[in-house]
Design a protein. Structure first.
Lengths: 414, 319
C-alpha cells in the first residue's frame, strides 16, 4: 500500500446550502422530489435537438425571472455584462445558501469571503450565442470559462480569493475541497462553494456524438443500463471554519470532513478499468477525515448509468468497504436530475446532508434488474428510513478526474 | 484544531518548494534560453501574437489530441528531462498535478461549436481537463489533481497549492502546468487587444517542484472593490511581503492604476530589479517568469504579481 495521500485535517462546517435543479429550485422542493422519486427528465425545449439522437434531459423549464437582490456591497448584472443561464442558476442558489447560513443581515468583511465554483462547461452556452452573431465583444469576454464564477463573486460582493475549478464532472466536489483548504489556511473566513452548469446544444450534441446518452430511462446500477442523460442546475454551500460556524446561535447543516481529487492517468473519457484513481481519492478523503471505511453510513455514488462507470465504482467500493460493502446503502440521484455535470457533486453532497437531517435516503430510480457486477444495495426505487451521519460522495470526470468527499450530517462538530 | 494539525507548518505560508525542472514551449523556441532577453528584443514589432509551432510528439494516441494538449505534454516532458528524471519516474500516486489556463479550452470549443460535423473524437477535447489528462496518461500520474481556470492570479494560486501539497505530504513532487493557445481564436482576441499589454504569447510552461527550498511561499489575492486599485494593491502586497524585500520582481499587472500603485509600493521596498515581461501570456506568464528568474540565478525572494478580470494577486517565493 502506498503512503496516504492526505493528512488528517480539521472539519469545516457547512452552514448553508442552495440548489437550482429540474426537480426543484429550493432545498425543500429538491428534497421532496428526491424522496418521492420525481424525475426532472423531459423533452428539451430550450435549444434545437430535433437532429440529435437523444432529445431529453434534466432541463429546468422555468428559472425564476427576477435576479435576486445582491447582498450589501454586491452588484447585479449590467447591460454590458448580462447574466448567462449558468450565472442565473448560481445567484439563485447563492441567495438560498446565504439565507440558510443565517447571513440575511449581511456578510462578513468582503476581503474575507472566497468564491470557489466548479464547472464542466463554464460560459460556453453564452459564448455560442455570442459567436453566432455579430454582437459586441462584451458578452463574449464575459462568457469565458470562469465568467459565471466572477459574476457570482460580484453579486456577493466578495473580494477574497476567487477560483474556478475545472475537473470536468468532478468539479463540484473539487471546489468544496479547495474552499475548505482556503478556510483552513486562513485565506478566508467564509467560502461560497459549489458547482453549476447549463444544459445547452454544445454539450448535448457532444455527448450525443459520443453515444453516451440513452434513449431509455437512466438506470444506475441496473443490468439494463446503457447510458446517461444530461441535466443542469447549481448547488452551492456556505463553508466556514468550525470554530466560527455556530456564532449567533447558528446551526450548521453538517461538516466537510475530508476531500481528495486525483488523476486516473488512464484515458481521456473512460474511467480507469480498475478504478485505481478513484480508490486513491476515496482512501485519501477518508484519511483527511481521520475515519476508517467502517464509519460510512451512506455512499452517494457518481452512478451515471453508463456500463463502465457503475461497474468501476462498485468494484472500488467493494475494495474500500470490504465485508461491509453490502451493508452500506449506495444511491445515485442521476435518474432524478440527469447528470448535472459541474453541479452534480455539490448537489449530491447536499443530498447527503439532507438525508441526515430528515432521516431518509433518496432512492435510485428506474432500478429493476440486478447486475452481478453492480450488486451493492442501491436503495432501489423507494426512499429508505435511515439517518446517515457519515457519508461518502464520489465523482468522476473527463480527463481522468476523480474526487471524493466525506461529510457528516448534523449540527454537532464530529 | 487537533494537536497534530497545530504542529504542522503554516498552511498559509508553506515552505517554498524547490524547482527540480522547467519545461517551456513558446513561439521563440524551447527552453528559457530561447526567450528574448528583454521586451525590446522580442522581435515581434507589428505582431500582436507570438505563435508557437505545434509540438510533434511520438505516439499514435496524439493524433486525436488538440494543439493545447500537445503543448502541455511537450512542456511536461521537457520539465522532467530538465530535472534529470526519466519519463516513468513520476508515475503513480505520489506525483501531484495542477493545471492552469485562461484560454486553453477556447480553440477546441470554438471548433466544436462552429463545425457541426465534428467527429466523436473531438468532443472530449473541448473539456479543459483533457489537457492535463493527456499529461497524466503520458507520464502515468495518479496523484492529487486540480485544474484552475483563470489568468496569472490562478497560476500564482496553483504555485501556492503545490507548496501546500508538498508541505502536507499529499505529494512528493508536483507538476504545475500552464497552457495558453491563441492562434485559432486570434480573430476574437484581436478585437480585444486594448485589454492586453504587448503581444499575446502562446505555448506552455511546466515547473516540476519538490519540497525543500526553504524560506516561505506567501500568496494573496483580492478582487477590485469600491476601495480602488491603489488600496487593493497595497493590501495584497503588504500581506505577501510581510516585511520582506524581494530581490527580483515580475509584474503581470495590467492597467495604469494597478501598475502605478505597484511601482510606488515597490519603490518603498528598494525598487528591486524586474524580470522583463515579454508580452501578455495570461496564465502562462508567471511560469515563464519563474523560468527567467531561475535562469538569471537571482536568489529569492521573488515577487510575482498578476491580474485577471478585476483580480490582483501576488506571490512571494523564497527566503
Amino acid at each position: 500500500m502506498t503512503r496516504a495521500l492526505a493528512p488528517r485535517v480539521p472539519p469545516v462546517a457547512i452552514t448553508g446550502a442552495g440548489v437550482v435543479t429540474a426537480i426543484g429550485q429550493d432545498l425543500d422542493s429538491f428534497w421532496a422530489g428526491l424522496i418521492t422519486g420525481v424525475s426532472g427528465i423531459s423533452e428539451i425545449e430550450g435549444f434545437r435537438v430535433a437532429d440529435l439522437r437523444v432529445t431529453r434531459g434534466g432541463e429546468i423549464k422555468k428559472i425564476r425571472r427576477e435576479i435576486p437582490a445582491p447582498p450589501p456591497g454586491g452588484a447585479g448584472p449590467s447591460r454590458r455584462s448580462p447574466y448567462c443561464r449558468t450565472t442565473r442558476f448560481l445567484v439563485h442558489a447563492a441567495r438560498e445558501a446565504l439565507e440558510t447560513a443565517g447571513f440575511r443581515q449581511g456578510l462578513p468583511e468582503a476581503s474575507r469571503i472566497a468564491v470557489v465554483i466548479g464547472t464542466a462547461l463554464g460560459g460556453i452556452d453564452e459564448a455560442s450565442r455570442a459567436l453566432a452573431g455579430p454582437g459586441a465583444l462584451g458578452p463574449l469576454t464575459g462568457s469565458v470559462f470562469d465568467g459565471p464564477t466572477r459574476n457570482l463573486a460580484r453579486w456577493v460582493g466578495a473580494q477574497g480569493p476567487v477560483l474556478t475549478a475545472a475537473t470536468a464532472c468532478a468539479s463540484g466536489a473539487t471546489s468544496l475541497g479547495l474552499a475548505a483548504d482556503l478556510l483552513r489556511a486562513g485565506q478566508a473566513d467564509v467560502a461560497l462553494a459549489g458547482g453549476a452548469d447549463a444544459l445547452c446544444r454544445f454539450v448535448q450534441r457532444g455527448f450525443n456524438v459520443l453515444r453516451s446518452l440513452t434513449r431509455d430511462p437512466v438506470r444506475p446500477f441496473d443490468r439494463r443500463r446503457n447510458g446517461l442523460l444530461l441535466g443542469e442546475g447549481a448547488g452551492l454551500v456556505v463553508l466556514e471554519r468550525a470554530d466560527t460556524a455556530t456564532s449567533g446561535g447558528r446551526r450548521p447543516l453538517g461538516y466537510l470532513l475530508g476531500h481528495a481529487s486525483t488523476a486516473d492517468g488512464a484515458h481521456i473519457t473512460a474511467p480507469d478499468p480498475e478504478g485505481r484513481g478513484l480508490e486513491l481519492a476515496v482512501r485519501a478523503a477518508l484519511a483527511e477525515a481521520g475515519l476508517a471505511p467502517d464509519a460510512l453510513d451512506l455512499v452517494s455514488a457518481h452512478g451515471t448509468g453508463t456500463p463502465a462507470n457503475d461497474r468501476v465504482e462498485t468494484e472500488v467500493l467493494k475494495r474500500v468497504l470490504g465485508r461491509r460493502a453490502y451493508a452500506v446503502p449506495v444511491n445515485s440521484i442521476k435518474a432524478h436530475l440527469g447528470h448535472t455535470m459541474g453541479a452534480a457533486a455539490t448537489l449530491e453532497a447536499i443530498m447527503c446532508l439532507l438525508a441526515g437531517r430528515h432521516g431518509q435516503v433518496p432512492p435510485t430510480l428506474n432500478y429493476g434488474e440486478v447486475d452481478p457486477d453492480c450488486d451493492l444495495d442501491c436503495v432501489p426505487n423507494a426512499a429508505r428510513a435511515l439517518r446517515p451521519r457519515v457519508s461518502l460522495s464520489t465523482s468522476l470526470g473527463f480527463g481522468g478526474c476523480n474526487a471524493a468527499l466525506v461529510l457528516s450530517a448534523g449540527d454537532e462538530a464530529p | 484544531m487537533n494537536a497534530a494539525a497545530a504542529a504542522r507548518p503554516s498552511l498559509a505560508t508553506p515552505p517554498a518548494p524547490r524547482i527540480l525542472g522547467i519545461g517551456l514551449v513558446t513561439g521563440w523556441g524551447k527552453g528559457v534560453k530561447s526567450l528574448p532577453v528583454s521586451s525590446s528584443d522580442r522581435g515581434e514589432y507589428g505582431r500582436g501574437l507570438v505563435t508557437a509551432p505545434t509540438p510533434v510528439l511520438d505516439g499514435d494516441r496524439f493524433r486525436r489530441a488538440t494543439r493545447e494538449c500537445l503543448f502541455a505534454v511537450a512542456a511536461a516532458k521537457a520539465a522532467v528531462a530538465d530535472a534529470g528524471l526519466g519519463e516513468t519516474d513520476l508515475a503513480g500516486p505520489r506525483t501531484g498535478i495542477l493545471y492552469v489556463s485562461a484560454t486553453g479550452y477556447a480553440a477546441a470549443n470554438r471548433a466544436f461549436l462552429e463545425d457541426e460535423t465534428s467527429t466523436t473524437l473531438h468532443f472530449p477535447y473541448t473539456s479543459p481537463s483533457a489537457v492535463p489528462g493527456e499529461v497524466t496518461i503520458e507520464l502515468g500520474i495518479r496523484g492529487t489533481y486540480v485544474n484552475l481556470m483563470g489568468g496569472a492570479p490562478a497560476t500564482l494560486q496553483a504555485l501556492w497549492w503545490a507548496a501546500r501539497w508538498l508541505t502536507e505530504g499529499r505529494a512528493d513532487r508536483v507538476l504545475v502546468i500552464a497552457v495558453e493557445a491563441f492562434h485559432e481564436v486570434w480573430d476574437l482576441f484581436r478585437r480585444a487587444r486594448r485589454l492586453y499589454a504587448g503581444p499575446l504569447i502562446e505555448g506552455a510552461a511546466c515547473v516540476l517542484l519538490d519540497a525543500g527550498e526553504g524560506g516561505v511561499l506567501r500568496w494573496a489575492s483580492a478582487l477590485a472593490g469600491p476601495t480602488g486599485a491603489g488600496r487593493m494593491v497595497g493590501a495584497v502586497l503588504r500581506q505577501v511581503l510581510d516585511g520582506a524585500a524581494p530581490r527580483l520582481v515580475w509584474s503581470g499587472a495590467t492597467g495604469a492604476s494597478l501598475e502605478r500603485a505597484e511601482a510606488t509600493l515597490l519603490k518603498e521596498r528598494g525598487d528591486p530589479p524586474a524580470v522583463p515581461r515579454l508580452g501578455e501570456a495570461l496564465a502562462l506568464g508567471p511560469l515563464v517568469a519563474v523560468a527567467q528568474a531561475r535562469w538569471a540565478g537571482t536568489p529569492g525572494p521573488w515577487l510575482l504579481t498578476g491580474t485577471w478580470r478585476s483580480e490582483y494577486a501576488a506571490l512571494l517565493w523564497g527566503r
